[in-house]
Design a binder for this molecule. Structure first.
Ligand code: COA
Length: 395
């Protein structure tokens, strides 16, 4: 049976902060960010957006009545949780009006969570092929102000339908996993921003790729020359180049054959958005699919997922014949094009000020152009609503 990604959709906030401006504020050469880190823009959520509204906005385009009625499970992966008990997926289930005959969970293992979700969905669909699983990756990547990680920040969500009739990517059964308990990146409960040992995180990532690749091959996975494309978890797009250098060391002939072109298209969206933690690998996959002028039908893709702490997994898939007919690349391109640049002051206010942390009830003004928004809190109960401009249109 073929199981894989049947449909996929991206949501990014309508605002960004240019990294040339951040370099000015930090008094450094902009090329460090543009070339050294490989980032141009940082997507910034407005105060009326969070992981739930972004997830709902990513998933909404995938949901027609046939899909809604066959979703057995909603798996939401994030490391920007909004509640210690209730799953963010449950809020999304409510906002989107999904069927009640459905299980809903949230998964956490840093940036790796969505891959765990996909592998669980893969097994679930094998067990019950007539059903579908909705996997959502949604995050706000937030580091400490003026820290080395600030330039890699970003926000966004990816929603995917996993089914037994995949129209986008058939997932192969081979898996290469590698876990090791390490403190390279973490966020204690009382912290809004992540703490990171940046250089250690790069070393652990690269070792994790090496070990995961070995395990993937041991599990019967394809040799490197049989993979035309590589998508890596990209906390910043330069990381893809560093990841490829692992193959240049351990598989020099195969790496020379597939070359840097194997990962370059997967960097385009990430440069424009920034890190989205759990969503970053799937934004890389979408970037490859949306930005290739060549028809990639039947091409094989290797994917490396990494979540600090740490879990790595290498797996692969085949791009399904006719995938372009189901592409949403026009909508994705428009979403990225029609964004507004923020001033440094607004970016700082929106990204770092948690005005409502200890306030039970408040309202948030409408700023997002997304279909769904976070509208405030009532007695510490988070509220979500369709955006006001849509309500007006409907009225
Ligand atoms: N022009 C071009 N390149 C420049 C430059 C300039 N003017 N100035 C510096 N660079 C290059 C450096 O040579 C370096 O390249 P290299 O990585 O290929 O060696 C790169 O820019 C980064 O410079 P560096 O001094 O190492 O950056 P940093 O100390 O500020 O930290 C990170 C970089 C990635 C460690 C930091 O952004 C971070 O902690 N990020 C969050 C954690 C993360 O994303 N980890 C990844 C694994 S999950």
């Amino acid at each position: 049976m073929k199981v894989g990604i049947d449909d996929i959709s991206l949501y990014v906030p309508g605002f960004y902060f240019p990294l040339t401006e951040l370099a000015k504020q930090h008094g450094i050469d902009a090329d460090k960010y543009l070339i050294g880190i490989g980032q141009e823009k940082m997507a910034v959520p407005s105060p009326d957006e969070d992981i739930v509204s972004m997830a709902a906005n990513a998933a909404a385009p995938l949901l027609n009545s046939a899909v809604v009625n066959s979703i057995s499970t909603v798996i939401l992966a994030t490391e920007s949780g909004i509640d210690q008990s209730k799953s963010a997926g449950m809020f999304v289930h409510g906002v989107l009006g999904l069927a009640s005959n459905c299980r809903v969970i949230e998964i956490k293992q840093a940036c790796y969570g969505a891959t765990a979700g996909i592998q669980m969905a893969y097994a679930m669909i094998h067990q019950r092929p007539h059903e579908r699983v909705l996997v959502i990756a949604t995050d706000v990547a937030r580091y400490q102000q003026n820290s080395e990680g600030e330039c890699t920040q970003g926000a966004g969500a990816i929603a995917m339908i996993i089914s037994s009739a995949p129209r986008i990517l058939e997932i192969h059964p081979h898996q290469g996993r590698h876990s090791v308990d390490v403190m390279d990146f973490w966020r204690p409960n009382q912290h809004k921003a992540a703490l990171v040992d940046g250089k250690l995180s790069i070393d652990v990532y690269l070792d994790s790729l090496k070990q995961s690749w070995k395990n993937y091959r041991k599990d019967g996975g394809r040799p490197l020359v049989a993979l035309q494309h590589l998508c890596f978890h990209q906390p910043f797009t330069k990381m893809a180049k560093k990841a490829f250098s692992v193959f240049e060391t351990i598989e020099p002939d195969a790496a020379a054959k597939i070359g840097a072109r194997s990962y370059q298209l997967s960097q385009i969206y990430g440069r424009e958005i920034g890190n989205c933690y759990t969503a970053s690998l799937y934004i890389a996959l979408l970037s490859l699919l949306d930005n290739s002028e060549e028809d990639l039908s039947n091409h094989h893709v290797g994917l490396f997922s990494y979540g600090s702490g740490s879990v790595g997994e290498f797996f692969s898939g085949t791009i399904v014949e006719g995938y372009t007919k189901h592409s949403r690349k026009g909508a994705h391109a428009a979403m990225l094009k029609y964004r507004s640049a923020l001033s440094y002051e607004t970016y700082q206010n929106w990204f770092y000020q948690d005005v409502a942390a200890d306030v039970a009830s408040y309202r948030v003004p409408t700023l997002t152009s997304g279909q769904y928004r976070f509208s405030g809190s009532e007695g510490f109960r988070r509220l979500y609503a369709p955006s006001l401009h849509l309500q007006k249109k409907a009225g």
